[in-house]
Design a protein around this ligand. Sequence first.
Ligand code: CAA
Length: 386
Amino acid sequence: MFDFITDEHRMIQDAAREFAQKEIAPIAAHFDETGEFPLDTVRKMGALGFMGIEVPEAYGGAGMDTLSYVLALEEICKVCASHGVIMSVNNSLFAHGLVKYGTEEQKQQYLAPVASGQKIGAYSLTEPMSGSDAGTMRTRAVRSADGAHYILNGRKSWVTSAPYADTIVVFMMTEPEKKHKGVTAFIIETDQPGFARGKKEPKLGIRASATSEILFEDFRCPVENRLGAEGEGFKIAMTVLDAGRIGIASQALGIAEACLEASIAYARERVAFGQPIGQFQMIQQKLADMKCRVEASRLLIYQAALAKMASATTGQRYTLEASMAKLFASDTANYCATEAVQIHGGMGYSQELPLERYFRDAKITQIYEGTSEIQRMVIARNLTGL
Ligand code: CAA
């Protein structure tokens, strides 16, 4: 039906499905329960090319396109959304920014280890007092007297993968009086003096992914590690988030599909009042609505992926397509998770089945990489031009 999906796309989708079923499915519940970071499977995902799908082969990536990325990510997230977000941040928020804005030297140095999963990449925009209103950050980067470094100070929060990240793209104010136009992006290495990690966040869902604050105290970032021009940081942050939001939409789709598949199976096998519950109209309505929303999410994600692929030649932004996909797919994940738990009744609420994990994991997709409220704002602004 979708003739833009080629045999090559199906190959990476099949490889991701097989890997997820074989390597992640048996451990997902354990890592969710303990909150341990699944470093071994992340490294294996790297070896298979999943950690740098769109990174050109010259920089150690798989050299594939955005459709390959969303198809593979959906399969991973169908089994474990924690592995999915680690993969998504590495691919979209870290690697995509470097591919698009990095110098040749930066790409040579930082892309290959992260694209191959030997090192982990992260992205840090949010601060304790600057979340949705990302242009109001308080962290400061000041050029050193000799001009060779920026001195970074301040606290960033909610950084996915930060407890294990080796390299992070960080956004800080270089000229606060210029507001958005005073933000600059930096590539920082986490083994350097002046960098520290705050406490790991205890979270409702995606518990096997690690999230923490990061702290900078007179951190010396070499000028050659500035990503893009001084003052270009906000645009870089937003452009990279457009790509990231397509990844989170795929994560949400994976969760929604897992909920739907489990619900169909349960509706066929569970008997009540002398018949399979799938014969009751109230269950049928839930299944039908879940299916429509899942397929509509998929179409929005494919549209966004194609728009991103086209933008490589046209230079056109795909902000609208990415926000629509993220908004609808994340609402769908939450709808499907709620209904799946309901269909399963007490078993849906039990840790014996993965439904309650899907339910907890689904929530974050409406919050990170721009809340649903922010996505609606972005979509409406795009429509009205106001
Ligand atoms: N692409 C390129 N440029 C963009 C852009 C985009 N998608 N969106 C905005 N810009 C540009 C605008 O064109 C404008 O440029 P000019 O000054 O040259 O005109 C500039 O950026 C400022 O734009 P706005 O006036 O629209 O800015 P705003 O203050 O009103 O905010 C916003 C816009 C969309 C609300 C933005 O602040 C936003 O997306 N907020 C949410 C932040 C977010 O998603 N945070 C999540 C962080 S990552 C995370 O969740 C953790 C993790 O590790 C996964």
